[in-house]
Design a protein around this ligand. Structure first.
Ligand SMILES: Nc1ncnc2c1ncn2[C@@H]1O[C@H](COP(=O)(O)OP(=O)(O)O)[C@@H](O)[C@H]1O
Ligand SMILES: [Mg+2]
Length: 241
């Protein structure tokens, strides 16, 4: 499978408002694609479509060979996990939260695997602590462990490090990159931080006004933007759809 996702003529509407209009986009299997763009561009909406939380109003979205509809099988849906700006943890211990996705899939979390993930994310001493008491950075590390322990084929990240301190940003970037390099999972990483996009991505897509206005390999995107809107965005100017 070369393409993890393929979008054709995708539109999405909220009531009377059109928020997405993506003529064509391929998300390659095993790549880290950074999705950047101004606030309100539609990045989170696109990620929700890729996460099968909403269905496009129009057009065709393929996940591998599967046309995505509400009838998409649970088996396919379970290949994808997301981590968002807020961790969305249960009022349980750290370790219970990390094992939660495994449990949802009808399995008992392996204690040694839980311990590995606790250690990898520096959460060992916090294993039995109530998740509600965690700092923002600790909470996001728990959310990432909960997602990665499942070994998803696709990881969708919606600004998971916004508002975190540099130590936590660095740790989360490092773990995602290590895991991606080892298992070749596909990652779509929404970020408003261009430096982060440059650190983590293989390719970068710029979304403005609900449209993907430019997609390129990382260095080409940053050094030789093809469109005036991408060049303006990289210069830090306000761009509109
Ligand atoms: N559930 C919703 N209902 C109505 N409008 C929405 C909803 N979610 C997002 N929007 C609108 O869609 C547009 C794109 O939002 P969003 O995808 O969150 O952008 P981004 O993540 O790029 O900041 C915005 O104008 C936003 O107000
Ligand atoms: Mg958003």
């Amino acid at each position: 499978m070369n393409a993890s996702y393929h979008l054709e003529e995708i539109t999405h509407w909220y009531g009377e408002r059109q928020v997405l209009s993506v003529a064509q986009l391929q998300i390659r299997s095993g790549e880290i694609l950074a999705l950047v763009g101004p606030s309100g561009a539609g990045k989170s909406t696109l990620l929700r479509l890729l996460n099968f939380l909403e269905w496009p109003t129009g057009g065709r979205l393929y996940f591998g060979d599967h046309l995505v509809t509400p009838a998409l099988s649970l088996e396919q849906k379970r290949r994808v996990v997301g981590v968002f700006q807020r961790p969305g943890l249960l009022h349980r211990s750290v370790v219970a939260n990390i094992g939660y996705g495994v449990q949802l899939r009808g399995r008992v979390p392996d204690p040694s695997l839980l311990q590995q993930w606790l250690d990898r994310l520096g959460l060992g001493p916090l294993a039995q602590q109530a998740a509600a008491k965690l700092s923002a950075g600790e909470g996001q590390r728990v959310a990432l462990a909960r997602a990665l322990i499942i070994q998803p084929d696709v990881l969708l990240l919606d600004e998971p490090t916004a508002n975190l301190d540099p130590y936590n940003v660095g740790l989360i970037e490092q773990i995602v990159r290590e895991e991606q390099a080892q298992r070749k999972m596909t990652v779509v990483w929404v970020t408003h931080d261009l430096f982060q996009a440059r650190r983590v991505a293989h390719r970068v897509a710029l979304m403005v006004g609900g449209q993907i206005v430019e997609v390129g390999e990382r260095e080409a995107f940053f050094n030789r933007p093809q469109s005036e809107v991408a060049a303006a965005f990289l210069r830090g100017e306000l761009v509109y759809g």
